[in-house]
Design a protein. Sequence first.
Length: 306
Amino acid sequence: MHRPVQSLIFGVVALALSASGAIAQQDDSLRKLSISRTWVDYRPLVNTPYDYGDIMYAKGIGYSDDDVASLYILKERTGTPFRQLIILNEGGQTFWSMAREHNIPLDVVFKADLEKDKIEKYMIAVEASGNRPLDDTPASESGLNVNRISSVETLAGPRKVATTIVAEGAYDVLSESQGMSTFVHLIDKAGLADVLNSPGSYTIFAPTDAAFGRLPRYVRRKIENNSDSLKYLLMYHILTIRLDVKAIGEMTSNTTPPTLGGERLTLQTTSDGDIHVNDANVLRANILAGNGVIHEIDTVLVPKNY
């Protein structure tokens, strides 16, 4: 066998084994995985029909990988939005009844191994990027989550990708982010670390250390001397729904669902794409965790009745 052909075959086999090994490590639980492979294939991110937020939402409420694959097949065949299919299913319509209604053969919906494989490859690519790109732009070029980036070689040539697959809990991601140590310390003190690492879907507006340095004196006294006041203040920064930049832009109301403390926040997106939450500015958006998304903000959010 000619050496160039032999080298090519070995290269393809090595890439296949690397990808299959990565896929084998995927499961439905939160986990920390280091990228051990040299090559990261970003092609599944280009013109993709999949959405990271939708997939994480479905898995967060108990759908298996097979269920997610079937939902995407139904989405493609019926033209029904992914989350609307979930609403229909939660309301009592089975995959079988939805398939029958649209004259879709049942084996197409339930024998979804190929679709499942495509979704797994998409998840590997998007989690390796440290961001949920809408195209083939890597996270390092979007300005997001730059503290988790280092150079590696990819199929597209020299690119930058995250050194850690972003499937950790939100607390772990916060702990590894620079400039938020005060917020992390207070979360620990309030006993909320396990909550932010638990399965679910969260949006966290995380104030910087500088933001806590500008806190009014009366607020600082309350959180230093009263554990309930501290916990209530922190819960005002946490939503139990995942709102990334795309979802925020699609909101029909600028009022959010309730925070963990029961209050609501006001979100606004300017014509330039800047995001404001109450009186705070979002400095860095879409820092992904396995159970939600984090937005870094420049001001501590204080409830009106605080």
